[in-house]
Ligand binder design. Structure first.
Ligand code: PMP
Ligand code: GLU
Length: 402
């Protein structure tokens, strides 16, 4: 006998994370013995650097099995405050830092602390899959501001201003962007900063990829534009991508004290402190040698160039050059509506991706999940061999569509 469950209606608009779903599907096929190449989740294939693991290992003899301060251990909050103060050219105190279970958790706490029912949050599209759903879980309204591939996915300040209403609380700035790899120029950052000041908005600056920029691109901080903007900026950052530490689950927020206190209250009533041993590993990551970051960045850059070159060689595919993060985001709209050799019509990018993984044995994430139908996202945080073999599979599969 099964009990009928009435689930909370706040879940009605919420979708599962498509990035995690695609990755899980590829992992299941692999576990079933099927040789699938996955460009799914954005997760470095490198192991966490040895000195970080050694710090965690060493701490095992020192009572790490206890609760810590809800907001994180003081030495870690100090180290984060020091680093973020330098990067963003502003003064951030350790009290203004909340360490959470991944940057995803930081963002969740943030929206829960900030958003009242009906409040609006501006989200430039293509966007990372979880922003709109987190805003909705908090009772808010995600307001999508579209950008165009032709403009290298740059956010048009006029489009942002047009989307502002009396209910607008904040704008999300993901720089570099997941999924497009776009990096905001200094001029674009300054233009957005002016809008933030003019309309008294908050900026949620998700900087999780800030150290992964390539070629001539540079990361520019919106908080650094001027102290009035810094007061309105909430910084979300973490170690998952930069130090290959996705599984350690540490992210952090820096922001105005009342907001950080409110977020700590939520964290104290839900998860409490993030894992102690992971906090110790994060402290080692932030205060230890940084050459591991440069090495991984160099490898990502080489893979980025190879992937873009191979994608551009596929007839019908166009791909802008991603300048940051570790994703390529090609336009595959030319293949939507085409027929497979098995006889079915691929009505949209979701069906295209389903067919690619099942028949082509290559997993990519549909652009619809990022608010960009007709595109697909490929993570190049994987080996050169996988990139070459995986994009070759994509190439061959797409060539069979008619
Ligand atoms: N923001 C962006 C843009 C991301 O791509 C991710 C992906 N993991 C996160 C936040 C969350 O990172 P984590 O929870 O692993 O720290
Ligand atoms: N952020 C990564 C991605 O976009 C990991 C998966 C997730 O948390 O969404 O693939």
């Amino acid at each position: 006998m099964s009990v009928p469950f009435k689930l909370a209606s706040r879940l009605d608009p919420i979708k599962p994370s498509i990035t995690l779903a695609v990755t899980a599907k590829a992992a299941k096929l692999k576990a079933d013995g099927i040789d699938v190449i996955s460009f799914g989740a954005g997760e470095p294939d490198f192991d966490t650097p040895d000195h970080i693991k050694a710090a965690a290992q060493e701490s095992l003899g020192k009572m790490v099995g206890k609760y810590t301060d809800v907001a994180g251990i003081v030495p870690l909050r100090k180290a984060i405050a020091t680093e973020l103060s330098t990067v963003h050219k502003t003064t951030i105190s350790p009290d203004q830092i909340l360490v959470s279970t991944g940057a995803k958790h930081s963002l969740y706490n943030l929206f829960m602390a900030l958003i009242d029912p009906g409040d609006e949050v501006l989200i430039p599209a293509p966007y990372w899959v979880s922003y709109p759903d987190m805003v909705m879980l908090a009772g808010g309204r995600p307001i999508i501001v579209d950008t165009r591939a032709e403009d290298d996915f740059a956010v048009d300040p006029a489009a942002v201003e047009e989307a502002i209403t009396p209910r607008t609380r904040a704008i999300v700035l993901n720089n570099p962007s997941n999924p497009t790899g776009a990096v905001y120029s200094k001029k674009q950052i300054e233009a957005l900063a002016q809008i933030v000041l003019k309309h008294h908005l908050l900026v949620i600056s998700d900087d999780i990829y800030r150290q992964l920029v390539y070629s001539d691109a540079q990361y520019h901080s919106i908080a650094a534009v001027d102290p009035h903007v810094a007061e309105r900026t909430i910084l979300v950052d973490g170690v998952s991508k930069t130090y290959a530490m996705t599984g350690w689950r540490i992210g952090y927020t820096a922001g105005p004290l009342p907001l950080i206190k409110a977020m700590s209250k939520i964290q104290g009533q839900s998860t409490s402190n993030p894992t102690h041993i992971s906090q110790i590993a994060t402290l080692a990551a932030l205060t230890g040698p940084q050459d591991c970051v440069a090495q991984m960045r160099k490898a990502f850059d080489e893979r980025r160039q190879e992937m873009v070159k191979l994608l551009r060689a596929i007839p019908g595919v166009t791909c802008r050059e991603p300048k940051g993060a570790f994703y390529a985001f090609p336009d595959v709209s030319a293949f939507v509506g085409k027929k497979t050799p098995e006889g079915s019509i691929l009505d949209d990018d979701v069906q295209l991706c389903d067919w690619l993984v099942e028949v082509g044995k290559v997993a990519v994430v549909p652009g619809s999940g990022f608010g960009a139908p007709g595109f697909v996202r490929l993570s190049y945080a994987t080996s050169m061999k996988n990139i070459q073999e995986g994009v070759s599979r994509l190439h061959k599969s797409l060539a069979t569509l008619s």
